[in-house]
Design a protein around this ligand. Structure first.
Ligand SMILES: [Zn+2]
Length: 386
C-alpha cells in the first residue's frame, strides 16, 4: 500500500523504555508497534543498529541555512523545513524576534499563509512571538526601540493576520500590563512563556499563577538565583512550568543542564535550539531580525559583541549533547526533545510519542545523533545518502 511503511530491525523509543520492535505506519499514523507484524505491501526500511525515535519538536528557532524567520517567505520556510527534517525535526515553531508592529504583522501573515503548505519537511506547528512585550534590561538581541507594553487588541491583530497560527508568546513578567495580558492570551489559545527578564521572585510567581506555562531559554537573558533574591530563575525552578534549555554546551554548562533536570524533573524540561540563520552553514556574518551577527566557532554574537544572539545548534546535536551531558537513556532524553514540547503545545495526544494512533512523526537516528531518515505524518521527507 502506497504511503505505508514498516520500519524494522531498530530499537524503538517507547514512552517507558527502549525495545527492539517493528513500527507500522499507515495513512499518516502509527498503527502498530510490535514483533513480526503481519504486513503486506508496505515499503520497508531497515533500521538495524539504529534508534527509532519520535520526531523532534523545536518550539524556539529563528532560522537556519541562511533563512531568518523574520521575513521568511514560503520558499525560505520550505528550505528550513527540509533542513530541519535532516536534523530529525518533524515539527517546529518559527520564532520571531521583536520587530515593528507593521513588520510583525507582515511576517505572521506570510508564515500563517504558508504553514499549511509546508509538507516536504518538518511541519510548521504554529508561530512563537519572542516579544515584543519584553524589558529593556534583559533584551539580549531584541532591538530596544521596538519593545512594547502589551495590548491584547494589538496582539489579536497578529493572531488574526496569522490565521490563528500564533501558539506561543514570550513576555517579561515585569513589563507593565503583562499580568493582565497573560490570562487574555491564554484565553485566546496562546501559550505564554516568561523570559528575557530581571523579574523578582514574587513578580515571576504572579505571572505563573496568571497562567504562564513555560520559561524561555532558562538562565539565559534571565536574572539568576541569588540566595536572598531567588528572582525569576528561582520561581521557574520551584514551579511546575516547563523550562526551555539551549543544550549546545555554550549557553548552559552541562552541569547546569543536569541541575535543571534534577530540579524540574524529566517531564518539565524542553530542549530548544534558539537557532539562527547560521545553523547548518558554519562561521561568518549573518542577520538576526534587525541585528548584524558574527558567528565564530559556532558561537553567535551581536556584531558589537554586546550579547550572545541565538545559537547554531540543531536538534540532533542537542540529542547527542544530552547523551553526553547525562547518563540518561534515549527514551528519557526523548521527553525533552519530543513529548514535552508536544505536551506544552497541547499536541501531546497525537504527537511526541511512538504509540499506536499517534501521527507517524519519526526519526531514525544513530546513538550518536546521525539522522538516517525522518518521517512526517507517515511521509518519508528525509533519507540520508548511504
Ligand atoms: Zn529566541
Amino acid at each position: 500500500m502506497k504511503g505505508s511503511w514498516l520500519i524494522r530491525g531498530g530499537t524503538v523509543c517507547l514512552p517507558d523504555g527502549m525495545k527492539k520492535s517493528e513500527v507500522l505506519v499507515e495513512n499518516g499514523r502509527i498503527t502498530a508497534v510490535g514483533e513480526k507484524l503481519p504486513v503486506s505491501g508496505a515499503e520497508e526500511m531497515d533500521a538495524s543498529g539504529l534508534l527509532v525515535m519520535p520526531g523532534f519538536v523545536d518550539i524556539h528557532t529563528h532560522g537556519a541555512v541562511g533563512v531568518d524567520m523574520n521575513g521568511a517567505d514560503r520558499e525560505g520556510l520550505t528550505k528550513v523545513s527540509a533542513f530541519f527534517a535532516s536534523q530529525g525535526v518533524t515539527g517546529f515553531l518559527p520564532t520571531l524576534l521583536t520587530d515593528s508592529h507593521e513588520a510583525l504583522l507582515q511576517y505572521v501573515r506570510t508564515i500563517g499563509a504558508a504553514a499549511p503548505n509546508i509538507t516536504e519537511g518538518a511541519a510548521v506547528l504554529g508561530i512563537h512571538l519572542e516579544g515584543p512585550y519584553l524589558c529593556a534590561e534583559y533584551k539580549g538581541a531584541m532591538p530596544e526601540h521596538l519593545l512594547q507594553t502589551p495590548d491584547i487588541s494589538r496582539f489579536m491583530q497578529y493572531q488574526t493576520a496569522s490565521s490563528g497560527q500564533i501558539r506561543r508568546v514570550t513576555v517579561s513578567p515585569e513589563v507593565e500590563g503583562v499580568e493582565q495580558f497573560i490570562p487574555q492570551a491564554v484565553a485566546a489559545g496562546v501559550s505564554v512563556s516568561i523570559g528575557h527578564s530581571g523579574a523578582d521572585y514574587d513578580t515571576a510567581w504572579r505571572c505563573i499563577r496568571c497562567g504562564a506555562a513555560s520559561a524561555t531559554h532558562t538562565f539565559n537573558a534571565m536574572k539568576l538565583l541569588h540566595q536572598h533574591f531567588p528572582a525569576i530563575s528561582g520561581a521557574v525552578l520551584e514551579s511546575d512550568v516547563y523550562a526551555e534549555a539551549i543544550c549546545d554546551g555554550i549557553h548552559l554548562h552541562p552541569g547546569t543542564v543536569r541541575i535543571l533536570l534534577k530540579a524540574k524533573g524529566l517531564e518539565r524540561v524542553i530542549a530548544v535550539t534558539d537557532s539562527i540563520m547560521a545553523a547548518g552553514l558554519g562561521d561568518g556574518r549573518f542577520k538576526l531580525g534587525v541585528n548584524d551577527i558574527v558567528v565564530k566557532n559556532g558561537d553567535a554574537m551581536l556584531a558589537d559583541g554586546a550579547s550572545r544572539a541565538g545559537s547554531t545548534l540543531t536538534m540532533c546535536k542537542a540529542f547527542a549533547n544530552l547523551r553526553r551531558f547525562t547518563d540518561l537513556p534515549p527514551y528519557q532524553i526523548s521527553r525533552l526533545l519530543s513529548a514535552n514540547p508536544a505536551d506544552l503545545l497541547g499536541l501531546g495526544g497525537r504527537k511526541g510519542r511512538i504509540l499506536p494512533g499517534y501521527d507517524a512523526d519519526l526519526t531514525v537516528i544513530s546513538d550518536e545523533g546521525a539522522v538516517k531518515a525522518t518521517f512526517v505524518k507517515g511521509r518519508r521527507v528525509f533519507c540520508a545518502v548511504q
